[in-house]
Each structure stands twice: as structure tokens, then as C-alpha cells.
Design a protein around this ligand. Structure first.
Ligand code: NDP
Ligand code: GDR
Length: 355
């Protein structure tokens, strides 16, 4: 137990925020989370910890805020006096960033500067450690494989470009002001808590729903992209490990293996007992169909991106040797866990919900 430390997590209502909050509470931290005001319920992923604020764990509290609001961030850092800040908040959907490029730059790029400035304005450069959620999307157009901390960046989306600014401003504040600020360059990580519009969860939910007769078809985009997929629960542990080091640094977290989106599709449907055959993009039978000729997956051009990141495969050697971090769940196991979790949710939900 790390008794007495205080952490501030931005993006606490997201996939990683939920796992990280759980981990830090288990370690004895006091956890503050930044939550956006929303017209609908957005604390579903942390409801086990959050519950009713009057009866919940007193070491856990949520505060309204936004990465686009400097004064709010300054006040939050002042009020919570964190030993560690984990900046996980972001408009994190790559395709959406092509439609909201300015907002994405503001929240994901300048937002990081706002938080770093809050630390500096409050004179906490030497007392608050900082973790930045950097990403394998920085690598973008393939420069070398596998991708490591020394691979040149070439982002391929407004999201990637915003995160590039964030990466370098963290490095600059570390060098200029001696801050303990680290970038975790995390490759894709998924879980049953993954957002429903990211490809893995979209696939596992659809496989579950189709197998239960609650959905007819799944529409997807580029099935040939390759991703290095790990389990989010293991990756948040790596974030924490980075902030426990004597010196700040930048680390890749990845599995070191890459898988095509189409393999993930085949695994997920295999896990619900549906064998699929690829029929190509012909006129009659198209996409993925069953042996009996029922076509369940079609390609929809709307899910293709103006510029794509075709191949990601990370080299986590530095994290292995310096942090002692290693992934344990394979992408195959991850797919199975996600499908099982979606089946369970849907089987317990009334028809029409959760599908
Ligand atoms: P999610 O999309 O699940 O969560 C993002 C979080 O950020 C949510 O809590 C969201 O709030 C919050 N948020 C979005 N915009 C703002 C804003 N303007 N102000 C305050 N909060 C905001 O992402 P993940 O948990 O998957 O990822 C966490 C971080 O790691 C992100 O920065 C992402 O870019 C990065 N990353 C993720 C990887 C992955 O594979 N998951 C890989 C590499 C990096 P709300 O719930 O209200 O929407
Ligand atoms: P990514 O994740 O862009 O890698 O970003 P996503 O799951 O959205 O896409 C992965 C690959 O699948 C292809 N794809 C589809 N994607 C979506 N979302 N929907 C579809 O229907 C579909 N069909 C095919 C995509 O083209 C892509 O090649 C994630 C996010 O979590 C980022 O925040 C994070 O930084 C990176 O991972 C590492």
C-alpha cells in the first residue's frame, strides 16, 4: 500500500481512467477525478467506486472540469494538491478527429499545456509528477518496425498531430523546469470497458448481439489495418510504474505482436460459435458470410479514414528492462474476454437494450 499519496486523474470516466482509479485506490491513494458535465449519465465505468457520493469511498471524489478550461484546471490542482497527475482526458477517437480537428487540437494538445501550466503557476514543478497519455498514433505512416521510443513520428490524423504537440510539450516542461513528467507511448489497449465505437468493442458487441438474434449485420471499414492490441488493465499498471521511477522518461507499452482487424473479427465470431467465410466485396454475397450463405459483415466506406495508420507493432523492451512491466494477456485471449463480457451484459439486459 502507498498510504497517503494523492492522485488527480483526468479522463476518469473513460476506459483507462476507470481501471487506473481502481488500481490507485487498491494501492491506498486518495483519488480525485475530473469529470465533464454531460446531459446524460457518464460515470457507468466507475459506478462500483462512485455509487452515491454520500456513501461512497471517502478517498474517491469527482470534480467537474474540462481540458479546454484553464482556470478550472488551475483551481482543481490547487484544491486537490496532487502528488501525481495522470492526464488521460482526450477526444480519443481517431476518425472523429477528422470531423472535429480544432476541438481535438484544443482538448488533446493545448489541454496538456494548460495542465502543465497549472502545475507551474502553482509552484508544484517539484512536488507533482505528471503522466501524459501519449499514443502509438504518433508513429502513423510506417517509418520502421517494430516501433520504439527512438522511432521517428509521422502522425496521420488531427488526433495524432494534437498528441504530437502534447508529447513534445511534456518533454519540454521536463527539460525546461525539471518536472517529473513522462510520456507513456501506449499501443492500442482494450477491455470489456472499451468505448463501443472503437473497432474491437464494436466487433465483440456485434458478435454477441448477432448470436443472440438481436442484430442482423455489422458494418465495418478497413479490415486490413494491423494493430498491437493489449489489455487496458495491464497498461494502467505501466502508467503508475512510470511515475514511481526516480527519473522521468518516455516508454512504449505494447505486446510486440500485431494482428489484422479481420483476424479479430474471425476470433470474435468463432467465440460465439459462428464460422465466417470471406466472400470479398462482390455484388451478391459480400463481406463475411456463414456457410449457409447469410452475410453478416459488410464493408461500409464511411468507416474508412482520409489517411490511415496501416501497421502498428510496438517494441516494449525499454519498459521490460527499466520498469519491469510486461503484458500477459494475448490479443486472442482479450477478444474472448470481451465477447464473454458482452454476452453476459446482453443476456441480462431486456431485449432492445445493450445490443
Ligand atoms: P476514452 O475515450 O475511453 O476516455 C477519454 C476520457 O477523456 C473520458 O473520460 C472523456 O470524458 C474524457 N474527455 C474527453 N474530452 C474531454 C475534455 N475536453 N475535458 C475533460 N475530459 C475529456 O479513452 P481511453 O480511456 O481509451 O484512453 C485514455 C487516454 O489514453 C486518452 O488520452 C487516449 O487518447 C489515450 N490513448 C488510448 C489508447 C487506447 O488504446 N485506449 C492508446 C494510446 C493512448 P467523457 O466520458 O465525458 O467522454
Ligand atoms: P485506433 O482505434 O484508430 O487504432 O485508435 P480504432 O479501434 O478506432 O481503429 C482500429 C483500426 O480499425 C479500423 N476499422 C474501424 N475502426 C472503427 N473505429 N470502426 C470501424 O467500423 C472500423 N472498421 C475498421 C480503423 O480504420 C483502424 O485501422 C485507438 C484509440 O484508442 C486512440 O485514442 C489511441 O491513441 C490508439 O488506439 C492507439
Amino acid at each position: 500500500m502507498t498510504v497517503g499519496k494523492t492522485a488527480l486523474i483526468t479522463g476518469i470516466t473513460g476506459q483507462d481512467g476507470a481501471y487506473l482509479a481502481q488500481l490507485l485506490l487498491e494501492k491506498g491513494y486518495r483519488v480525485h477525478g475530473l469529470k465533464r458535465r454531460s446531459s446524460s449519465f457518464n460515470t457507468g465505468r466507475i459506478e462500483d467506486i462512485y455509487e452515491d457520493p454520500h456513501t461512497a469511498d471517502p478517498r474517491f471524489s469527482l470534480h467537474y472540469g474540462d481540458m479546454t478550461d484553464s482556470t478550472n484546471l488551475i483551481r482543481l490542482v490547487q484544491e486537490t494538491q496532487p502528488d501525481e497527475i495522470y492526464n488521460l482526458a482526450a477526444q480519443s477517437h481517431v476518425q472523429v478527429s477528422f470531423e472535429t480537428p480544432e476541438y481535438t487540437a484544443n482538448a488533446d494538445g493545448i489541454g496538456v499545456l494548460r495542465l502543465l501550466e497549472a502545475i507551474r503557476i502553482l509552484g508544484r514543478e517539484k512536488t507533482t509528477r505528471f503522466y501524459q497519455a501519449s499514443t502509438s498514433e504518433l508513429y502513423g505512416l510506417v517509418q520502421e518496425v517494430p516501433q520504439s521510443e527512438t522511432t521517428p513520428f509521422y502522425p496521420r490524423s488531427p488526433y495524432g498531430a494534437a498528441k504530437l504537440y502534447a508529447y513534445w510539450i511534456v518533454v519540454n516542461y521536463r527539460e525546461a523546469y525539471g518536472m517529473h513528467a513522462s510520456n507513456g507511448i501506449l499501443f492500442n489497449h482494450e477491455s470489456p470497458l472499451r468505448g463501443e465505437t472503437f473497432v474491437t468493442r464494436k466487433i465483440t458487441r456485434a458478435a454477441a448481439a448477432i448470436s443472440l438474434g438481436r442484430q442482423d449485420k455489422l458494418y465495418l471499414g478497413n479490415l486490413d489495418a494491423k494493430r498491437d492490441w493489449g489489455h487496458a488493465k495491464e497498461y494502467v499498471r505501466g502508467m503508475w510504474m512510470m511515475l514511481q521511477q526516480d527519473e522521468p522518461d518516455d516508454y512504449v507499452l505494447a505486446t510486440g505482436e500485431t494482428v489484422m482487424v479481420r483476424s479479430f473479427v474471425e476470433w470474435a465470431f468463432e467465440d460465439v460459435g459462428i464460422k465466417l467465410e470471406w466472400k470479398g466485396e462482390g455484388v451478391d454475397e459480400k463481406g463475411y458470410c456463414t456457410e449457409t450463405g447469410r452475410c453478416l459483415i459488410e464493408i461500409d466506406p464511411r468507416y474508412f479514414r482520409p489517411t490511415e495508420v496501416e501497421l502498428l507493432i510496438g517494441d516494449p523492451t525499454k519498459a521490460h528492462t527499466k520498469l519491469g512491466w510486461k503484458h500477459t494477456t494475448s490479443s486472442r485471449e482479450l477478444a474472448r474476454e470481451m465477447v464473454q463480457a458482452d454476452l453476459k451484459v446482453m443476456q441480462s439486459a431486456p431485449i432492445g437494450k445493450g445490443a
